[in-house]
Design a protein around this ligand. Structure first.
Ligand SMILES: [Zn+2]
Length: 163
């Protein structure tokens, strides 16, 4: 028997055998055969290959699009729901916001604070005569804003200064 040449990693003879066997046991219309060959070829070709690693092999506790709601953010790790994720991440998971975003492949502007909560704080700040010039709005990318070193929400410091 002559050595078979592989076609795209698959021995054509193997595909032929499978098709021939399939066709002899099933009623297959001639126009279906090309599809059949394709599908058998693809299947054989994918055998023995490791499954491609997915970007996120982690399974989020909630679907990503549901993790940010109007008045709450949800932790993808455990499903915790609250207004501010940052503190939860550090106390419960030992993660910084940045590590969390990276872990889940999220953009740096992914909100870690509930949108309405950020809004309330920014409204409050404006009422207190702070925050003119519109900085630190909810939409501003977090990476540009200076961050408090640890835990304490920026608002409490701002409020303390205003008193
Ligand atoms: Zn969590």
């Amino acid at each position: 028997m002559a050595a078979e040449t592989k076609y795209q990693g698959v021995f054509p003879g193997m595909v032929t055998k499978i098709i021939a066997s399939y066709v002899s046991h099933h009623n297959v219309a001639p126009e279906q055969i090309p599809d059949l060959i394709n599908s058998v070829h693809r299947t054989i070709n994918s055998l023995g290959k490791p499954a491609e690693p997915q970007a996120g092999t982690l399974t989020p506790a909630v679907p990503l699009r549901r993790s940010v709601q109007r008045d709450a953010v949800i932790c993808l790790d455990c499903g915790w729901k609250g207004k501010m994720l940052r503190r939860h991440l550090s106390t419960r998971h030992g993660l910084t916001g940045e590590q969390y975003l990276k872990r889940w492949g999220l953009p740096s502007d992914h909100p870690l604070t509930a949108p309405t909560y950020s809004q309330q704080r920014s409204t409050l700040a404006k009422e207190l005569g702070l925050g003119r010039g519109g900085r630190q709005t909810a939409a501003a990318p977090a990476s540009d804003a200076p961050r408090p070193r640890r835990g304490r929400p920026r608002g409490s410091r701002t409020a303390a200064r205003a008193v």
